[in-house]
Design a protein around this ligand. Structure first.
Ligand SMILES: C[S@@+](CC[C@H](N)C(=O)[O-])C[C@H]1O[C@@H](n2cnc3c(N)ncnc32)[C@H](O)[C@@H]1O
Length: 267
């Protein structure tokens, strides 16, 4: 789709799944699952599961999976995407999980914790639902300076939309301090706790199409749809430019850097 033809279609969860999951969340799901090292038959909670990419990939490895998220639209899309797979989805706030104590071998939470209003409550719930010896694997984006994906959008939104729209993207990087992150898990009783900056190089084969997808799958998408074609083209061009040296011909290859937490509930 060229920028001139850009228009919104489908729901926000559908656009999230179509445009963001393949480039950003699928490679990370792979990475977090390999850190969780689950055996076939193990029980996993995919916390803040969104459209369920972690859950789906785990289920294909024979892991028994529940997904939980507070957003019914994301859960509906997760159900659609998981057709034929044996995954249970539950609507729940992270700070009040509807699961028995000690049920899960692992909890994976990919890019969710930074959005939880009650972080200590959510990490305490995660501790409660894990079995002794179980593992929590979380990732949350580090700062804008390390993440061109969010930096490019924040900068361009501040110029072409407003500070509120820029701040909504800034919030993706809003819980980035490794000491604060480690303390959250230690205070909940996890031991040992490791917090590590991990970089994956993400690839978008067609930079222009990827930026169109970003513009469709952002909370600002309705406002972007209401811009004139010229204003939208200017926004598109500034987001693209914000990727700086990450352009390789038509493609983008950019670092994406979260803190990855691996924390054990003592046996
Ligand atoms: C960036 S998405 C990540 C989704 C998914 N983990 C993935 O990798 O694609 C963040 C998710 O956190 C969920 N979320 C935010 N606050 C939440 C809360 N308090 N309790 C449960 N889920 C929450 C949102 O609904 C959204 O699906």
């Amino acid at each position: 789709m060229s920028n001139q033809q850009w228009q919104l279609s489908g729901s926000m969860p559908e656009r999230y799944e179509e445009f963001l999951v393949p480039v950003i969340f699928t490679p990370w799901a792979q990475e977090l699952l390999s850190r969780a090292a689950l055996s076939e038959g193990a029980e996993l909670l995919d916390l803040a599961c969104g459209t369920g990419i972690v859950a789906r990939m785990a289920a294909t490895r024979g892991v028994r999976v529940c997904g939980a998220d507070h957003n019914p639209g994301m859960l509906a899309q997760a159900e659609t995407q998981s057709a034929g797979q044996n995954i249970t989805y539950r609507q729940a706030d992270a700070a009040g999980l509807p699961f028995d104590a000690g049920r899960f071998d692992a909890v994976i939470c990919q890019q969710g914790l930074q959005f939880f209003p009650d972080k200590p409550g959510a990490v305490a719930e995660c501790f409660r639902v894990l079995r002794p010896g179980g593992k929590a694997v979380f990732c949350m984006a580090r700062g804008l300076e390390e993440n061109p994906l969010m930096r490019a959008q924040v900068k361009a939104f501040a110029v072409h939309l407003d500070a509120d729209e820029a701040n909504a993207i800034r919030a993706v990087c809003g819980f980035a301090d490794p000491e604060e992150t480690g303390a959250l898990f230690t205070d909940a009783g996890f031991d040992p706790v490791s917090v590590q900056a991990v970089t994956l190089e993400l690839n978008a084969r067609d930079a222009g199409a990827f930026v169109n997808g970003l513009m469709a799958a952002t909370p600002a998408s309705e406002r972007i749809a209401a811009l004139s074609p010229e204003a939208r083209a200017a926004l598109h061009s500034d987001i693209l430019a914000g990727f700086g040296s990450c352009h390789h011909g038509k493609a983008l290859r950019f670092p994406h850097v979260p803190n990855v937490v691996v924390a054990a509930k003592p046996a």
